[in-house]
Design a protein around this ligand. Structure first.
Ligand SMILES: [Mn+2]
Length: 272
């Protein structure tokens, strides 16, 4: 098995300016992704009901694409809910929001990603308490994802986006404390570039736990537009026999089509 390519499409108005390659127009994005030779698309929608299941089925079938994953960050970006919030109602809202996205993504064979929805500790909540909230949520949602036939994807973030855990070593230790066996790691090369000694060593630390990769450069521009050492990254991914998606989650720099082209060129050069 080899690594598969994917590219992000954001349907979230409130996330404009964020690191997503294509924006708002699913049909145009799927056509372009297919033309460039991508295997799949990753979809970021405002909520579960805004994931157009029938349209996505039709478009991906037409263009011979898959849906690699679906994002859940709308719960944070739009509602400011998260899984480690001091307010129990916010934590519950976050869980329900994610649960419905797991179900809808599952209809497309796509796992849900928990990134910004993990939240952060602050105020009266200690880091240990917040990690406890997150642990409970991942146990519950991971088992729920099983019923939808998909894993649950947990994405460690860099220090400017979360203070729960930022490094591969901490995330692997945390994974070991979960009761569910259905949570995998999203290795985002941009976050890892900030936090790891070397990204390649971080990938080796994650090893078999990696279920998804965000393929992006050091400056969050498309792969090939920064100073990332992709040879070392490719070697590490080969060593751990990684065979899932490398998904372009990058700024649409200088524009969406160019970003998608740059990424697939780097993918073909290093990971194909
Ligand atoms: Mn990411």
């Amino acid at each position: 098995m080899s690594i598969k390519s994917a590219v992000t499409i954001s349907l979230v108005k409130e996330a404009e300016g964020g690191p997503f390659v294509f924006w708002h127009n699913l049909a145009a994005a799927c056509a372009k992704a297919a033309e460039l030779g991508y295997d799949a698309v990753e979809v970021f929608a405002p909520n579960a009901d805004a994931i157009p299941v029938d349209e996505l089925r039709q478009l991906t079938q037409q263009h011979n694409l898959k849906v690699a994953a679906v994002g859940t960050g709308g719960g944070w970006v739009i509602h400011k809910w998260h899984l480690s919030h001091s307010d129990a109602a916010s934590r519950d809202n976050a869980k329900n929001f994610i649960r419905s996205i797991i179900d809808t993504g599952g209809q497309l064979g796509a796992p849900a990603i928990i990134g910004s929805m993990q939240g952060r500790f602050e105020g009266e909540v200690s880091q240990e308490q917040a990690k406890g909230y997150l642990r409970d949520a991942l146990n519950e949602l991971g088992e729920h994802a099983k019923t939808a036939g998909v894993p649950l994807v947990y994405e460690p973030l860099n220090r400017y986006e979360s203070n729960l855990m930022n490094r591969a070593e901490d995330a692997v230790t945390f994974l070991g404390t979960l009761d569910t066996d259905n949570v995998v790691i999203l290795a985002d090369l941009f976050h890892m570039n900030i936090e790891e000694g070397t990204i390649a060593d971080g990938l080796r630390t994650y090893g078999k736990h990696i279920g998804h990769v965000h393929f992006v450069d050091s400056n969050r521009r498309p792969a090939g537009c920064g100073h990332m050492d992709y040879s070392a990254i490719a070697s590490a991914l080969r060593e751990i026999s990684y065979d899932k998606y490398a998904s372009a989650e990058a700024f649409p720099w200088p524009d969406s089509d160019s970003a998608a082209k740059a990424t697939i060129d780097a993918f073909n050069q290093y990971l194909a």
